[in-house]
Design a protein around this ligand. Structure first.
Ligand code: P6P
Length: 338
């Protein structure tokens, strides 16, 4: 492996180093990740000054989810769409902000082998109150023929087919974390050089943690097994792996990033009124399920592995439980109890 005479690797240096291990690789994935890193830096600038300029508040439009679209949502969506459209490694995209998938129609893009799905700015309701928000992305090989426009089936692949997945968290520092089958690595943005630098190599999710993340406000709308598991979390003490802390800030990128590093379980269960849950399978749950599994954790919908779900539509929702393998196992004991 090339030893770069530097203490810290930038994202570009890291992806190129990974590339050197696969001489037959085309470098397209490295280029795609660099493009995502570029868009992330541009979004980061706006997120960091969101309180100072007229980029707060609603953009006056409603997205496919029926939610008020915040101006920063629109800006972020435009940035990620733009870098991927004008890059050379992506044939098309799907975004939370677009009703349908977007095939890129220039010849170079149509000859790319990857497609990308993303939630450009998740947790946007937290923008105005300065809570960490994030971008989530997912990369697949297209299944349609290169040289043609991508089609919807390129995007409706089970999560297990992901080539890479990751997120950017715009928090106390800005981090880009991405997984391939080779591992999960975290890069912290160094504003002094404008580069994401490797700060969290080979992230592993502890088998157990002491954090459980769930919206207690929905407790009486969860199923009985989920209620029983939450009740168990509250009763943990020094004698059985506790006591647990409940941490939930309503921004899944922040909640899952913390639980990935420290160990813990994140839950967005279905409820009596919304049994399908709230979170989106393709560009929220699949990427995090891939990241968590590569890091040694587990992600389920309450019945099956998230990554095994065969999607039927771009914006479908799923109940979502992800994090430390041992904690998911304890939850499954309740979910499968007769
Ligand atoms: P609730 C943010 O809107 C989001 O999509 C996730 O980031 C977050 O985990 C969840 O919704 C919070 O939803 O219903 O608990 O406020």
């Amino acid at each position: 492996m090339l030893a770069i005479n530097r203490k810290v690797l930038t994202l570009d240096e890291f992806t190129i180093q990974q590339l050197r291990d696969f001489p037959n690789a085309t470098g397209e994935l490295s280029t795609l990740l660099r493009d995502i890193g570029l868009a992330a830096k541009r979004v980061n600038v706006e997120v960091n000054k969101a309180g100072l300029v007229d980029i707060l508040g609603d953009a006056g439009s409603i997205n496919v989810q029926g939610e008020d679209v915040k101006k920063l949502d629109v800006f972020a969506n435009n940035q990620f769409t733009g870098v991927l459209k004008h890059g050379i490694s992506c044939a098309g995209i799907a975004s939370e902000e677009f009703d349908d998938h977007i095939p890129f129609d220039d010849a170079i893009s149509q000859n790319s082998k990857y497609i990308c799905l993303f939630d450009p700015l998740d947790g946007s309701s937290n923008i105005d109150v300065n809570i960490s928000i994030g971008t989530i992305f997912s990369v697949y090989r297209r299944v349609s023929e290169k040289g043609e426009k991508v089609v919807i089936n390129d995007f409706l692949q089970p999560g297990i087919k992901q080539v890479a997945a990751g997120y950017i968290i715009y928090g106390s520092s800005t981090m880009l974390v991405y997984a391939t089958r080779r591992g999960v690595n975290g890069f912290t943005l160094d504003p002094s050089i404008g580069e994401f630098c490797l700060s969290h190599p080979n992230i592993k999710c502890p088998e157990f943690g002491k954090i459980y993340s769930v919206n207690h406000g929905n407790f009486f709308r969860y199923t009985k097994p989920v209620q029983k598991y939450i009740d168990t979390c509250q009763k943990k003490d020094e004698n059985n792996g506790g006591p647990y802390s409940q941490r939930y800030i309503g921004s899944m990128v922040a909640d899952l990033h913390r639980n990935l590093l420290k160990g813990g379980i994140f839950m967005y269960p279905g409820t009596t009124d919304k049994p399908g849950g709230k979170l989106r399978l393709l560009y929220e749950c699949n990427p995090f399920a891939f990241i968590v599994e590569v890091a040694g954790g587990k992600a389920i919908d309450g019945i099956r592995r998230i990554l095994d779900i065969q999607p039927s539509s771009l914006h479908q929702r799923t109940p979502f439980f992800a994090g430390s393998k041992g904690m998911i196992g304890e939850l499954e004991d309740f979910l499968t109890a007769k």
